[in-house]
Every structure is written in structure tokens, then in C-alpha cells.
Design a protein around this ligand. Structure first.
Ligand SMILES: C[S@@+](CC[C@H](N)C(=O)[O-])C[C@H]1O[C@@H](n2cnc3c(N)ncnc32)[C@H](O)[C@@H]1O
Length: 301
């Protein structure tokens, strides 16, 4: 049945998760995702027994409430989703608007899941008042209830009793990291380089982020970072300082959906950075870790 993925989410690392897992050392006790989103890497790691414990954190409180429901009341959540999904038929547009209003009033996790399943690009958008204001993509009806139930229940089975959930700033959860943990960092999308002033990663201060990485290095905490990349000739993301001592891998993330819409065949390449402490923990002699020089798509920073 494959790896479950219950939360439709823009920026999900679902397609790259199994490649990223190759860089999680065998001695990993706990995998920490400070920018969890749909936690594609943690779910894949649980599926492949790559860590014993998991810590999922995201600043988006309704999202973490949804995670709490997935783990602790999966059948109840699946029933809530089914109820909404079945009632939308023949009135999809108006029903989405109704559920969105109800979500903004109640913040209920089942409403949030339905909105993510139906909204444009599965992209979370809030207005200044903190209300969810993303429009419906009326071509997306949302997963059929049986499929959604299967993803929810199988995710709960993988993570129940092994996962802690937090809804705070990424720096707070990093304070709890230990030497046998691995941190997977996937900060907010930085957009294409044109137009961005470079000081922020979609709301996150870049300099503070770099300082946090320096601190992790000093404490010997191993981390994997998804950061910049390019599609065709378009680059996105600011450079990271060489002094961080990161090893850069370039992963083929497949055809960009945006480029496909425009009739182009551009492939997106995403950078993955491995921290010095992580490299030290990987078994360089194993097949899992390919030396940099022998990988055509890999370059050192
Ligand atoms: C690119 S997404 C992560 C996607 C994830 N890897 C997945 O597979 O779905 C980045 C996430 O960071 C969260 N975020 C943004 N700023 C944050 C902060 N300061 N602390 C914690 N999470 C934050 C956003 O809510 C968003 O869910």
C-alpha cells in the first residue's frame, strides 16, 4: 500500500522522502522536524524504521491540532472528513465556502483537512486577521473518504506512542535536540530569487536561521536541510555561508507542475545540505552513503 500521506500540503517532501532517508544514520534515536508541515520525511522514516521516536513541530497551530487528531483519534477524523466530503456533491463551490467560514469560527481539524484537500495547490493562506482565505480549486474534489481513511489510520499506526507534537517556533524545539537525534529542516519556501529582498525566508529571518545552524554545529547536532534549488534557469533561495561546513547534494525533484502548465519540460532540482556532525555519523563505507565524487549531480559547497 506504500507510505501513507494524510495531509495534502504544498511543499510536501513526499517525492524526495525516500532519498532523504538515505542520509539518516542507523543509530538515530529520534527524528526532529521543526518545520513539519505534512511531515512526509518523518512518516517515511517511521515506515522504514529509521528512528525510534519523532518530534513534529510547526508554527501553524490548526495544522498541529490536525496532527493530534490524526495520531489520537484517526477514525473520528476520517468520519468527520467523510461527512463533509459526501455533503459537498452538486454544491462543491458553496460547500467549500461554508466549511471555510465554519473553520474560521471553530478551527476544527476535520474542517481544516477538508479545506486542504480542496483548496488551490493545497497551499495554506491566512489573511491579516488570521482567517484561512485560500480559494477552492473546483477541479479538486479531495481524496475519496476510503482513501483518506486509509492514509490517516496507517499514519496513526506508524506514529502512535512514538511521536511528540509541538506548535512553537523552530528554535524552541531545537533546544531539546541531543547527539543521537537527527534534525530534518525544511524551512518555508523562499520563492524565486527575483524580487525577494533576501532577508527573509517567507517570514523567517535569514540571519537568525544561519545563526541557529551555527549553534547546531557547535553543539554537534546532526541535521539535514532542504533549502534552495532551481527550475530550468530560475534559481530560488539565498546562499548559505561556506563557514557552516555543509555538504551539498542536488536532488532531482521531477518535473515542475508550474512549468508543465506552461508547456515546458523543466525539471526542478532541490538542494539538500548535510551537516558536519551528520557526515561524521554516516557510515561512509556503506552503500547507503555514496561518496560525493562519484555522484554526477552532487557538488560540495
Ligand atoms: C516547506 S513547509 C514544510 C513541508 C514539509 N517538509 C512536508 O513534507 O510537508 C514549511 C513549514 O514551516 C512552517 N513554519 C514557518 N515558520 C515557522 C517557524 N518559525 N517555526 C516553525 N515552523 C514554521 C510552516 O507553517 C510550514 O508548514
Amino acid at each position: 500500500m506504500g507510505i501513507p500521506h494524510p495531509i495534502p500540503y504544498q511543499g510536501s517532501k513526499r517525492k524526495l522522502a525516500e532519498i532523504i532517508l538515505r542520509y539518516i544514520p542507523d543509530d538515530t534515536q529520534r527524528l526532529i522536524e521543526p518545520f513539519a508541515g505534512s511531515a512526509a520525511v518523518s512518516i517515511a522514516a517511521a515506515y522504514h524504521h529509521k528512528a525510534h521516536q519523532f518530534l513534529l513541530n510547526d508554527l501553524n497551530v490548526p495544522l498541529m491540532n490536525l496532527w493530534n487528531r490524526i495520531i489520537h483519534q484517526p477514525n473520528d477524523l476520517a468520519a468527520g472528513y467523510q461527512y463533509l466530503w459526501e455533503r459537498q456533491h452538486g454544491q462543491e463551490k458553496d460547500y467549500y465556502a461554508f466549511v471555510r467560514d465554519e473553520f474560521n469560527r471553530t478551527r476544527r481539524p476535520d474542517y481544516f483537512l477538508y479545506l486542504l484537500a480542496r483548496c488551490v495547490k493545497a497551499a495554506v493562506r491566512y489573511n491579516a486577521a488570521g482567517d484561512f482565505n485560500q480559494s477552492a480549486d473546483n477541479r479538486r474534489k479531495g481524496s475519496v473518504p476510503d482513501t483518506m481513511r486509509s492514509h490517516i489510520v496507517r499514519t496513526a499506526e506508524l506514529l502512535l506512542g512514538k511521536v511528540a507534537l509541538r506548535d512553537t517556533d523552530y528554535r524552541e524545539v531545537l533546544e531539546t535536540a541531543h547527539s543521537l537525534d537527527v534534525v530534518y529542516l525544511d524551512p518555508p519556501y523562499q520563492g524565486t530569487s527575483s524580487g525577494a529582498d533576501g532577508r527573509y525566508l517567507a517570514g523567517l529571518a535569514h540571519d537568525e536561521f544561519v545563526d541557529t545552524l551555527k549553534n547546531l554545529n557547535q553543539q554537534g547536532i546532526a541535521y539535514i536541510l532542504s533549502y534552495d534549488g532551481h527550475t530550468g534557469t530560475k534559481k530560488y533561495g539565498k546562499s548559505l555561508p561556506i563557514s557552516l561546513g555543509l555538504t551539498k547534494l542536488v536532488l532531482n525533484a521531477g518535473r515542475s507542475s508550474q512549468a508543465t502548465l506552461l508547456g515546458r519540460e523543466a525539471i526542478t532540482y532541490e538542494s539538500l545540505y548535510l551537516s558536519p556532525s551528520l557526515i561524521a555519523r554516516l557510515d561512509v563505507s556503506s552503500q547507503l552513503y555514496t561518496p560525493l565524487s562519484s555522484l554526477p549531480l552532487v557538488s560540495a559547497l
